[in-house]
Design a protein around this ligand. Structure first.
Ligand code: UD1
Length: 428
């Protein structure tokens, strides 16, 4: 298994291009199941999760081809991908595929809406809490689906889904994506209340509208969908990755330096940028992206609580904890979205961090220096917090189980070494 070797202590200076967002690309790719025309997606990041979903969609009969930046494809750059689900050849998503990536469970919405049936394995994915699927089942039932669960599979059937008013009992990004997609082909009007307001939901809704769906209110907690008989092809761009943006912004805040995050959009993570500014980083928005600087001054401690958008994202919690390990005081980090999302704590402690857990809150006492050590990546966002800490730690840090990073960060070592970090991949 590959490992990443970092020698800490260098400031980051230069520019980092921000890739297309993984969490926007995945539901957009799944939306291709809704039509027999071609859905062309621009700015699709080159990531293990995207490749895995391409395989899963291929199993259902979705053909794909890649154009754009052809000369750079092998280097792993974002690109334009065409998806065509001319014939759905299989409405079952098997355990072997779904267990590798939780988001692939989301095929249940479009398959059911278009084909009248979907049989999807209960998911796997990052080991961050139990992550049930009750909201998906409840919501699809409200749209008139007949659902049964047997031998680890959810089977959903409906001749045609029927529009309804559905109030999510809890905010869920994935369940919002699924009900939004399913309702586009339902008969009549669907109103989704307490829907997720994440930018990825807006990106999906805009794509569905380009495909002929009638949707209003995406980005607010009430989304209205007027069902149509069929959708057609479209061309749509994946938004820049707000989690990648926040991650590199925190890396610069940690090491000091001056980095331009090209293509980054501040409106996608304003809450997190405001918090970063409170830690002492200087954030400026320009027409080409976001510039992050920290020179000389220490890192001020700031308390955060993770919340659904527009609050502080859970997907930046681990990285922010990495930053707070070297703050000049005490910070309290409270996780409200997922249970068991503190697996990075013990690994950060191996680098010399002083963190105490009290239920869903981590109390981080800043230390004046971290010291490099071998550490283990435990999930996608946790692993990149170890990279951030390693960049500031004295000496060598080796991050093991790098495949977690490859699921969500495009060309991480190249982007960081381009800004002066000493970081390399050690092939197994
Ligand atoms: C998505 C993101 C993930 C991010 C998360 C929260 C993708 C591919 N993944 O995950 O990176 O951390 O949003 O911003 O976009 N829940 C239930 N029942 C359900 C569904 C969810 O109880 O049926 C709970 C979850 O356990 C969790 C909370 O709802 O506690 C929010 O989860 P959700 O927003 O659904 O996360 P994902 O869509 O899986």
């Amino acid at each position: 298994m590959d490992r990443i070797r970092i020698v800490g202590g260098n400031q980051l200076t230069g520019s980092i291009p921000i890739s297309g967002a993984k969490n926007a690309a995945l539901p957009l790719m799944i939306a291709s199941l809704l039509t027999d025309d071609t859905l062309t997606l621009e700015n699709v990041p080159h990531l293990a999760d995207v490749e895995q979903l391409i395989r899963i969609l291929g199993n259902h009969g979705v053909d794909y081809s890649v154009t754009g930046r052809r000369e750079r494809q092998s280097e792993g750059y974002s690109r334009t991908v065409h998806f065509t689900a001319r014939n759905i050849v299989d409405t079952t998503a098997p355990y072997e595929l779904v267990s590798k990536m939780r988001a692939s469970f989301w095929v249940i919405g479009p398959l059911l809406a278009r084909m009248g049936i979907a049989k999807v394995s209960l998911p796997g994915g990052c080991a961050i809490g139990t992550r049930p699927v009750d909201l998906f089942i409840d919501g699809l039932q409200a749209l008139g689906a007949d659902i049964s669960i047997d031998s680890g599979y959810v089977t959903a059937k409906a001749k045609r889904l029927i529009g309804t008013r559905y109030v999510f009992p809890k905010i869920s990004v994935g369940a919002t994506h699924v009900l939004l997609m399913a309702a586009t082909l339902a008969k009549g009007e669907t109103v989704l209340e307490n829907a997720a307001r994440e930018p990825e939901v807006v990106n999906l809704a805009e794509c569905l509208i380009a495909m002929g769906a009638k949707i209003s209110g995406a980005g607010t907690s009430t989304i209205t969908i007027e069902g149509v008989d069929s959708l057609h092809g479209a061309r749509h761009a994946v938004i820049p990755d707000r989690i990648e943006t926040g991650t590199y912004a925190m890396a610069v805040a940690m090491t000091g330096g001056d980095v331009m995050l090209e293509n980054a959009r501040p409106d996608l993570l304003q809450g997190a940028l405001d918090i970063l500014a409170q830690t002492g980083a200087e954030i400026t928005t320009t027409n080409s992206g976001i510039r992050v600087r920290r020179n000389g001054a220490g890192i001020a401690p700031v308390d955060i609580t993770t919340e659904p958008f527009p609050g502080f994202p859970t997907d930046l919690q681990a990285q922010f904890m990495g930053l707070m390990t070297m703050s000049s005081g005490t910070s309290r980090i409270t996780e409200t979205i997922f249970e068991n999302r503190f697996m990075h704590v013990q690994e950060l402690a191996r680098l010399g961090a002083n963190i105490t857990l009290a239920g869903q809150t981590a109390i981080v006492e800043g230390v004046s220096k971290l010291k490099g050590a071998p550490v283990m990546a435990t999930d996608l966002r946790a692993s990149v917090s170890l990279v951030i800490a390693g960049l500031a730690a004295e000496g060598e840090t080796i991050v093991n189980r790098v495949y977690h990073l490859d699921r969500g960060f495009e060309r991480l070592e190249e982007k960081l070494s381009g800004c002066g970090a000493t970081i390399e991949r050690l092939a197994s």
